[in-house]
Structures are given as C-alpha cells and as structure tokens.
Design a protein around this ligand. Structure first.
Ligand code: LLP
Length: 404
C-alpha cells in the first residue's frame, strides 16, 4: 500500500476506484502481499521444514484459502465449518489439524471420517470421546494432545492461552497421565504434542520458555511423538513502535530442540500470514465537532471490525486522498453502532477531512472479517482481492434480505 500522486493504492489499483465501484465498508486484500508473507514464513523456517497449517479462524474466505493452498499450506481448523471450508478450498486432509476445547460429537465424527492428519485434543473427556467413536467405527485415530505449559506470552490479556488459568490444553500432570493411560489403546494413537501460548507475540522469549517446557516433558514422558505442533502466535507490526518478531532466534531455538528430538514441526500461523494483507475501506458519513473533539463517523463499525472494541487493539487509519491541510483537534474515528466502544482510533490531529471522504483502516486481514457479525442488523462487508492491475469481489456484500 502506497501513495501515488496523493492517492492511496493497493498493488496497482487506486483504493478510491475500488471504494466507488464496490461501495463501503469493503475489506481489500493484496494477493502479492499474501504470497510474499507465505514465502517469507517458509524461508524463515526452511532449515526445519515444518508443515504449515494456516489458522482458518484468522481468515476463512474461500478464495484466500485457495491461494494459501496453492502455496502449499495446510489448515488449522476449530470447527466443522472451518474444516468444510478448508476442504472446499482443496486443502488435503493430510494437512488438516483440528484444535479446540469443545469439539462436539458430530464434529469429531466428521474429522474421523475424513481421516485428517490430527485431532488435537484438549481434555481427558475429549480423548475418551474420540476413542469411543474410533471403536464404533473400528478405526484408528491419530491425535495430538495439547499441553498447557503455564507460560505468560506477554501479549494482550484477552488473547493469552498458555497459562493455567486459561481454559486450553492439559496441565503437565494430566498430560503425563493421559499418555500413560492411552499408551496401549487400539483405537487412539498419540502422535503429536501440541501447544499454543497466545497471539500477537512479539518477543521470542516466551517461545524459548515454551520449548524448554516441551523438552522436559517429552524426556519425562519417554513417549515418541511424530509431530510437535507449536501453534501460531507470531506478532506483526500494527504500530511502528512494536519491534519486529525475531524469526531467526525462534528458528535457532527450534533447531536446537530438533537436535534432541526427531520430530516434524507443525506451525499454525494466522495473523503473521494474513493480517497486513488487507485494509478496510470506509466512508465518512458525518463529522461532528464538540468543544473537545472531532467525531469522524464512519460507515464501518465494530460489527465489521471487532478488534479495537474487543481488545483495545490499535489499527492505524489513513486517508484515501492525502492533503497537507491539518486539523489539530483530537479525532475520534467511530462507527454508527449504539455502543461507546464502537470506536476505532483516537488521534491528536489528522489531515483535514470532509464528510463523504474515504479512509482506510489498516492491517485488518486477520480476525477482521472472520470476527465480524450482524450486530445492529448490519449486513456484512464485501471482500475484494487485488492482484496487480486487476481486482475482483471474493465475497459479496451481504444484502439486508439475507439477514431479515
Ligand atoms: N493455533 C491455535 C490453537 C490458536 O488458538 C490460534 C489462535 C492460532 C493457532 C493462530 O494464532 P495467530 O498466528 O493468528 O496468532 N481474535 C484475536 C486473536 C485470537 C487468537 C486465537 N487463537 C485477535 O484478533 O487478536
């Protein structure tokens, strides 16, 4: 994304053109950026040749999944819906892993029927249920067991997953017990140890701690795992002041670990692959001035992009047409929804804006559209894919008649 003659472009297409042609709010993706992100991720971990399973919860658009598949990635899914979408995108079952604390019987049955690579179980009860279903079907099911390593990922409180107070995975003690108990099962084979400590992690040190915990527990268990699934979580630079994630350090830590353990590494990245590929184009409906502030009321709202309202997350906002004229007031960029948290950003000073102008909310490719809802009975936004000079709709804007 860049400015050319003061106009914002995505690849070789003017954002203004897209906004006018398809209306707003619209999620707008760069295919080139997506491809580069995947290639960079692959390059960063080339020496350990991991299996990469894209975390479908971060973005479940079918066309995007098809592109991701073309570049060799598998899928990390958390529901039957996501599994169906991954399969529809052509991702082969031997590259699909299924995570989640509350998989229902029909979801497990479906995963077993499809013979996906791994079901990553998160509780004793779930493993019993998988065993019961496997017995019924007279089949063997390969599973992973998710460990809760009790590690603080030092990320947003609401997206931490690796501490004992979080609902995810099994404690070390329960993990070891389960391994013993299911060691000789004829129906369930424990092939994988999985772990995921949180999201938007920008420091490699929590990962170092995590790997040390894994090293110890594997030694203690004396179990031979085929796979170690390290989850996702690598953070991106939403703000310039955020330091870049140190992939080299993380790779080195894993390389050392692999000297001691002959296993295949699985990663489940979501955000690091898709977040910075998209922006949300939105139009200013009204501008309301008060003595303290300038409220810029957009046609995008928290139902379109939940992250700021839900986690207080930062997303930068830029104009579609740049100007040198400034307004020094505090600008609150808000949506039309009847909630105070329906606010994207508050900044001191912004370029002069007028009603009907357009702005873009940045880095919204991950957990943007996938977290959107019909709150206030607002139809969901459209999604547009840009490739060089061409662009196309990859998800049509919902019509009111779809939801009424
Ligand atoms: N694997 C598992 C088991 C996960 O729970 C997650 C994300 C991922 C992989 C992918 O993590 P990533 O590479 O995207 O960080 N909605 C929140 C993020 C929630 C993440 C949930 N789990 C947000 O918008 O920040």
């Amino acid at each position: 994304m860049y400015f050319n003659k003061n106009k914002l472009f995505i690849e070789k297409v003017s954002c203004l053109k897209i906004a006018r042609e398809f209306g707003t709010p619209s999620y707008c993706y760069s295919l080139n950026r997506l491809k580069n992100n995947i290639r960079n991720f692959q390059r960063n971990f080339k020496t350990i040749s991991p299996l990469l399973c894209f975390s479908v919860k971060s973005n479940s658009n079918l066309q995007i999944l098809k592109e991701i598949k073309k570049l060799g990635m598998g899928a990390d899914v958390v529901s039957k819906g996501e599994m169906l979408q991954a399969l529809k995108a052509g991702i082969s079952t031997n590259k699909i892993v299924f995570s989640g604390v509350g998989k229902k019987t029909d979801e497990l049955e479906f995963a077993i029927k499809k013979k996906i690579l791994l079901i990553n179980a998160e509780s004793e009860s779930e493993i019993y249920e998988i065993e019961r279903l496997a017995k019924l079907k007279k089949t063997i099911v390969n599973i992973g067991i998710r460990l809760n390593p009790n590690i603080d990922a030092k990320t947003l409180k609401k997206i931490s997953t690796g501490k004992h107070e979080d609902k995810f995975g099994l404690t070390e003690k329960a993990f070891l017990n389960v391994l013993k108990y299911f060691k000789d099962s004829n129906f369930v084979k424990i092939k994988c140890l999985s772990v995921h400590i949180g999201s938007q992690i920008t420091d490699y040190k929590p990962y170092l701690k995590m790997i040390n915990v894994l090293d110890k527990i594997i030694k203690k268990s004396k179990h031979l795992f085929d796979y170690i699934d390290l989850g996702g979580g690598m953070g991106i630079q939403y703000e310039k002041k955020t330091k870049l994630f140190n992939y080299k350090k993380y790779r080195e830590i894993i390389s050392n670990f692999l000297k001691k353990h002959k296993v295949k590494i699985i990663f489940e990245p979501g955000r690091s692959i898709i977040a910075n590929c998209a922006m949300l184009l939105t139009q200013i409906i009204y501008i309301k001035n008060t003595s303290k502030k300038r409220f810029v009321i957009l046609d995008a709202a928290m139902n379109d992009l939940m992250r700021p309202a839900l986690y207080g997350s930062y997303h930068n906002i830029i104009p579609l047409v740049k100007s040198n004229k400034k307004n020094k007031k505090i600008h609150d960029f808000v949506g039309p929804i009847c909630e105070t948290t329906d606010k994207f950003l508050s900044v001191k000073g912004f370029q002069k804006l007028n009603e009907k102008d357009y702005v873009a909310i940045l880095d919204v490719g991950a957990y943007g559209m996938s977290l959107s809802s019909n709150y206030n009975l607002r139809p969901k936004a459209s999604e547009i894919m840009v490739e060089k000079k061409s662009f196309k709709v990859i998800l049509k804007r919902q019509k009111l008649s779809n939801i009424i």
